[in-house]
Design a protein around this ligand. Structure first.
Ligand code: PEP
Ligand code: MN
Length: 327
């Protein structure tokens, strides 16, 4: 249940009145309004009783386990962009990992020339092997910020640990939670507390309900907004790196009506399939795509086989925009 306070109402008094009725409420300070999310294990109280409390303007009953995700605007503010139905698809593009200052400056220029809106790139890399390149850390965040700002791009980058959250929040417009961390609830809370929008990748074996619940953590703990990114789930078939679950994308876009993005780079692991899956993603209702690119994929420090060349990125952005117009 969500209880909305009237403008200027005494929110401490409302919270005390709710507690008196046995309703355990968490206060949320939103844009221009104060709301209380009432925990599901609270007492059962008639909606009229709550509506009659001093200072309460609206009471919305919800049996959904993710009421804040449901209550997000259909089109969310997402850093410098808007994401959702009826606005042009948003493209997030960049290298898998930031390799040097020159590297990210050059890629950012390619990304800007393609017409994409956001620069992506890992400063902290979750690698399966501890012997693989782990990212340049805080130094890479500074390079990313410079590259994004000089090229008029928004910046999304992953936060892997609470200890580096403040550094990531200082430089990024949007904070990415990677697939491996979707279930890391203490990290979700820590990142949400920065108030930044969150780009929430689906855990590689997460159900849609678990994914939505992770989004609920983000909003409950202060994230400005949350977008859900399908990046492929584990499957029985190694022919592609992962299995891009476009059914789940359609479910999120059309049934849950939440902002959803697809990452066909990690989804397929092959640059020759990225464009086809990006167009398919927009056709089934995705509001954007995230793709990896590199001017010299053979030399990339990570994920070279799935990186688009600059001209392929330009084609992809044009194709995605054209698909957005007919979808
Ligand atoms: C990434 O986008 O850099 C990444 C590591 O992706 P994922 O978390 O989906 O594996
Ligand atoms: Mn990658």
């Amino acid at each position: 249940m969500i209880v909305t306070a009237m403008q200027g109402a005494d929110s401490a008094q409302i919270q005390a009145d709710l507690a008196r009725l046995g309703l355990w409420a968490k206060k949320l300070e939103g844009q221009g309004s104060t709301q209380f999310v009432v925990a599901a294990h609270s007492s059962t109280v008639a909606l009229e009783t709550i509506s009659a409390l001093a200072g309460v303007s609206e009471v919305r009953a919800s049996t959904s386990p993710h009421p804040l995700v449901d209550a997000q605007p259909k089109v969310i503010d997402f850093g410098p962009a808007q994401l959702g139905p009826g606005v042009a698809p948003v493209v997030f593009a960049g290298p898998c990992s930031v390799e040097s200052e020159d590297h990210i400056l050059r890629v950012a220029a390619d990304v800007a020339a393609s017409g994409a809106t956001f620069l992506r790139g890992g400063a902290f890399k979750p690698r399966t092997s501890p012997y693989e390149f782990q990212g340049h850390g805080v130094q890479a965040l500074k390079w990313l910020r410079k590259a994004a700002s000089e090229n008029g791009l928004g910046l999304v980058t992953e936060c892997m640990a609470s200890e580096t959250r403040d550094d990531v929040a200082e430089f990024a417009d949007v904070i990415q939670i990677g697939s491996r961390n979707m279930h890391n609830y203490s990290l979700l809370q820590a990142v949400a507390k920065t108030g930044r929008p969150i780009f929430l990748k689906r855990g590689m074996a997460a159900t849609v309900q678990e994914w939505l619940a992770a989004g609920e953590y983000c909003l409950l703990h202060g994230a400005a907004s949350v977008a859900f990114c399908e990046r492929g789930v584990r499957s029985f078939d190694p022919s592609t790196r992962n299995l891009v679950d476009l059914g789940a994308v359609a479910l999120l876009a059309h049934v849950h009506q939440v902002p959803v993005v697809v990452d066909p780079s990690h989804g397929t692991g092959r640059r020759d399939l990225v464009n086809a899956l990006a167009k398919a993603a927009i056709a089934v209702g995705a509001h954007g795509v995230m793709v990896e690119c590199h001017y010299d994929p053979g030399e990339a420090l990570s994920d070279g086989p799935q990186a688009l060349l600059p001209e392929q990125l330009r084609t992809l952005v044009a194709d995605v925009q054209a698909q957005g117009e007919i979808s």
